[in-house]
Design a protein around this ligand. Structure first.
Ligand code: GDG
Length: 779
């Protein structure tokens, strides 16, 4: 990492803050593996750590320097290297307790029934990600603007899934020299799970706005690249050393398995020095977990109950010692789990206890690291049976602390650690009888087998420690910088390339099916302009549409909010279908028409409204468009600060006149509530052209940019494939994919032409027909 600074972003800073009796703040070091490994590199590269400081830090208050007595890995981190992010109580509640821990945590652990999907949580999550991203950008602007030093931004975990998008967009616009990396500490689930998240596309896209994405194990990498392929249509290729390369919009994103570990020798030292706390007259089975439903404590205790019932010889002789560290106590699921555990412990202890012995010793609290090391060292069996767990460091710490006698590790295969620590006894935590039998096997395991298994585990973990984890990251990032150079690629990550169309539409456009292209006009075929009258179809778009209109089995419909005659003259291609006024009026290629029935005095009422708007609201550059039964008021040219009162006024007028309000790009529309929209119109067009059973005959591609296009995208969901034109992937849409602008619509149409021509082997006769139409168009 020569000439690079490491900028780490994590939900929390690498220490907590405590206020002393005199009101001054001091740091309380955290001693997790991540901090141990990462902090020295931040210090060495004069980097930065960005995170929430906790509720203790007031707005504007400075982070204290470390105390002289501080021997922790963060002691050398100067306060100038720390950027605290302040969160309001509400933000913390909605973002952390809400979106992070009540939505993403259960879903990413494949427990969707426990997940709450709530728009407010999500909006808060976006706001907080924005805050973290802004803090990062401030740092990049200061140190990496047009600079030779690369800022290595390393985003940690599921709290900050969206930060990369915001950072990349600003960094490429402002030429900030940086690489963006992400590491997920929890599992990345399968596409089946991810697609339950209403905002899944934003999440996948945001991870693809990174340069390097790391997960604990290969399974999670596979799940992620599968989501990229199936969710966004990206092309995925194998890279070197077990990595993957995802191609998105001309950029290559590296995805690598990167199993985290622990500071092995520190735990060994702690174990060597720890006091003896367990008495040796009973065998001890040990569990250490945050009290979290993913950790499988309920199943574990039930399995232990089965053991005591099936093997009464353990009564008075074996104890299950469980440390359950209080966690996320504001979240309802965790409060319920706590109650359930209290009852379960009470029931099992009540059932089996004798005068001098109870089967379960349950600590609802935490121990010091040295106490932990002591019980890791002196217990007989480590029982680590999560239902799902990103890695599980306790399994590794248990192994590191076996400095005196080999114990037996029982491990769930559903933890990342289960993938690597094959010498443990692996057991499915859902099979309670088998877990009970595995505990029995562990308690009875001959010394030789214990020794062989534990030695193998220890020698692997000693090498694959957290320092090696950090070194692997540094190596990967150095290779990446060498390969890509120092420039951050321009913000083309949204641009859909030909291979992306192949990925998402390749199988959709099938032989034996016709193809219908239903296309919006303004903002889709023609770029948006300040005055709608000036909108024009670019010649390249017109050329490709003319060529497509001549292909056999290709049907084209223009579905616009403009009046039908207006859009027809703007496009000017004969032989295709035009729908105007959001589908109220349709003109077919044979000149037959459909006009949606409208109530008698509707036109009169609309004209009255039009005059009123014209008189009172067409000021400061606002204009009004008369479309018969629809009135569109455009405020694109109104200065921003003058818009709000005018918008409210128009809305009031429209509602008073008994019409519905529609919103479009810098425009408000008054619409009669006729139960008709672009979706219904599209269905009618397809039925008229292909018959009632059109889904069996034609593949439909819909492209639009407007709110009114969403109706069509919703109605065609599953029946066709739709693209939304939007500069932001963070927009909510019914469309299947997002395209960044009108240029990419031309690319899409070119790809369609190429594919259809290749499949049907269209001959030169068509070229002659195209020439003829082009001549007609010119005339
Ligand atoms: C997430 C992922 C992934 C436990 N009790 C006490 C205590 N601990 C420490 C342990 C260990 C840590 O807490 C727990 O780490 P885990 O990895 O087991 O689990 P999560 O907290 O869920 O961590 C997980 C990890 O991130 C890293 O990427 O492995 O899958 O869910 O270090 O020692 N520490 C102290 N007292 C206790 O009583 N001091």
């Amino acid at each position: 990492m020569n000439s690079s600074n490491l900028i780490v972003i994590s939900n929390r800073l690498p220490f907590t803050l405590k206020r002393g009796p005199d009101g001054s703040l001091c740091r309380v070091p955290a001693a997790g593996g991540l901090v141990t490994a990462v902090a020295p590199v931040v210090i060495e590269t004069n980097g930065t750590w960005i995170g929430w400081a906790g509720p203790g830090l007031s707005e504007g208050e400075l982070i204290p320097e470390s105390l002289p007595s501080d021997r922790s890995p963060t002691a050398g981190l100067k306060s100038g290297q720390i950027r605290p992010v302040n969160l309001t109580d509400w933000e913390f509640q909605m973002y952390y307790n809400g979106c992070c821990n009540a939505t993403l945590w259960p879903l990413f652990h494949s427990m969707p029934d426990k997940a709450i999907f709530n728009q407010t949580y999500w909006l808060a999550y976006k706001t907080v990600n924005q805050k973290f991203a802004q803090a990062t950008l401030n740092d990049l602007r200061k140190n990496h603007s047009n600079s030779d030093t690369v800022g290595i931004v390393w985003i940690q975990d599921y709290h900050l899934l969206l930060a990369a998008t915001i950072i990349r967009q600003a960094a490429s616009a402002e030429n900030l020299n940086c690489k963006i990396c992400f590491f997920l500490h929890i599992p990345f689930p399968t596409w089946d799970m991810v697609k339950i998240l209403p905002w899944n596309r934003e999440v996948i896209q945001a991870l693809l706005d990174c340069d390097l994405v790391g997960f604990h194990v290969d399974d999670y990498c596979l799940n992620f690249v599968d989501c990229c392929r199936r969710g966004l249509g990206c092309k995925v290729e194998p890279g070197t050393k077990g990595t993957y390369r995802v191609n998105k919009g001309g950029r290559c994103i590296r995805v690598m398995p990167h199993p985290i570990s622990i500071p092995f020798s520190r735990f060994e030292d702690l174990a060597d020095k720890a006091e003896q706390t367990l008495c040796s007259d009973t065998q001890v089975i040990l569990g250490v977990d945050r009290l979290d439903y993913t950790k499988g404590l309920v199943n574990r205790f039930k399995a232990f109950e089965i053991l005591l019932s099936t093997h009464p010889e353990y009564i008075n002789n074996v104890v299950l010692l469980q440390v359950a560290v209080p966690s996320r106590t504001d979240v309802q699921e965790y409060q319920e789990l706590k109650d359930m555990m209290d009852q379960l412990v009470g029931r099992i202890n009540g059932k089996f206890s004798t005068a001098y012995w109870s089967p379960i010793r349950y600590i609802y609290g935490s121990l010091s690291h040295s106490q932990l090391a002591g019980i890791y060292r002196d217990s007989d069996v480590g029982l680590i049976t999560p239902l799902r767990d990103g890695m599980n460091l306790v399994a590794k710490e248990f192994v590191a602390c076996r400095t005196r006698k080999p114990g037996v590790l029982i491990l769930s295969p559903f933890a990342g650690a289960g993938e690597m620590m094959k010498e443990a006894l692996l057991v499915n935590p859902y099979e309670l009888e088998t877990v009970a039998e595995t505990i029995h096997r562990a308690l009875q395991m001959p010394e030789n087998e214990r020794e062989a298994r534990m030695n193998a585990l220890r020698s692997k973990e000693r090498v694959n420690n957290v320092e090696q984890w950090m070194a692997k990251f540094i190596q990967a990032i150095s290779e990446l910088i060498q390969e890509d150079g120092k420039e951050i690629s321009p913000s083309d990550s949204l641009l859909v390339q030909a291979e992306d169309f192949q990925g998402c539409l390749g199988d959709f456009i099938e032989d034996g099916f016709s193809l219908a292209l239903l296309l919006d006009f303004d903002g889709t075929l023609s770029p948006l302009v300040s005055n709608p009258k000036d909108a024009a179809l670019p010649s390249a778009t017109k050329d490709i549409l003319v060529r497509l209109s001549q292909l056999p089995n290709v049907f084209i419909g223009i579905v616009s909010g403009r009046g039908v005659e207006d859009v027809m003259s703007k496009v000017g291609i004969p032989g295709i279908t035009y729908a105007g006024n959001h589908g109220l009026n349709i003109i077919h290629p044979d000149q037959s028409t459909y006009n949606h029935p409208i109530p008698e005095n509707l036109e009169e009422r609309t004209q009255t409204l039009l005059r009123q708007i014209e008189k009172e609201c067409c000021v400061f550059g606002a204009t009004v468009e008369n479309k018969g039964v629809i009135v569109t008021w455009h405020y694109r040219n109104v200065p921003t600060e003058k818009r709000e009162p005018l918008i409210s006024k128009v809305k009031n007028m429209v509602t008073k006149a008994g019409f519905k309000i529609g919103t479009a790009h810098c425009a408000l529309e008054s619409k009669p509530d006729l139960g008709w929209d672009k979706g219904k119109a599209s269905m009618l067009i397809l039925k008229n052209a292909f018959g009632k059973d059109w889904p069996q005959k034609v593949r439909v591609i819909y492209v639009g940019d407007d709110v009114t296009d969403e109706d069509a995208m919703r109605d065609l969901k599953g029946l066709g494939f739709s693209f939304k034109i939007s500069s932001s992937t963070l927009s909510m849409t019914n469309a299947d994919r997002i395209l960044p602008g009108t240029d990419s619509v031309v690319k899409l149409l070119e790809w369609v032409e190429h594919t259809v021509v290749k499949r049907s082997g269209v001959d030169t006769e068509i070229e002659l027909r195209v020439e003829q139409v082009q001549r007609e168009v010119e005339i």
